[in-house]
Design a protein. Structure first.
Length: 166
């Protein structure tokens, strides 16, 4: 039994089934979610034939070292940006043996936000080999740290589903 609501676990299981049927391997590149997405996916029995790896790249140095995100990009756009999310997802494909990768970077709070980048702002990217990278920005608001992180996991699942169906 996982700590996730049954609907989240069901969505994750359906995603795994879809990827399994299409022969796709998944990688995750997580910052503000800290591995929650990979945890949800791997809580499901049999996920090892779909989930290739998960990168928890909480620090800027980890984003650069593990995913190849250029430090200059982080300095110019900030770790919480569409550009960095894209670089994280595409870096997870390059540095893993996956067919599809999703990246999540944001500000879960309760501190760390600004007028330009408030608490609850999360950027997503989902890359798939030979497909365009999908980008999404969500402003969940200041719904609490766990609220932001849980909502971000559900959006990441949605993006993985879209890329798996593409």
């Amino acid at each position: 039994m996982t700590p996730w609501p049954a609907e989240a676990e069901a969505r994750a299981a359906a995603l795994l089934d879809l990827c399994r049927a299409r022969g796709l391997k998944i990688a995750t590149a997580e910052s503000c979610t800290g591995g929650l997405l990979a945890g949800l996916l791997t809580a499901i029995a049999g996920s090892s034939d779909v989930v290739e790896r998960g990168f928890v790249t909480y620090s800027n140095a980890a984003k650069a070292e593990m995913l190849g995100v250029e430090p200059r990009l982080i300095a110019a756009r900030g770790a919480v940006s569409a550009e960095v999310a894209r670089a994280m997802a595409e870096g997870a494909l390059l540095n893993g043996r996956a067919d599809v990768a999703v990246a999540v970077t944001g500000i879960a709070g309760p501190s760390g936000g600004s007028a330009e980048k408030p608490v609850g702002l999360v950027h997503f990217a989902c890359a798939r080999l030979s497909h365009d990278t999908l980008l999404r920005q969500c402003r969940f608001g200041d719904v609490g740290r766990e609220g932001v992180r849980a909502a971000a996991v559900l959006v990441a699942l949605e993006l993985l589903e879209a890329q798996a169906r593409a």
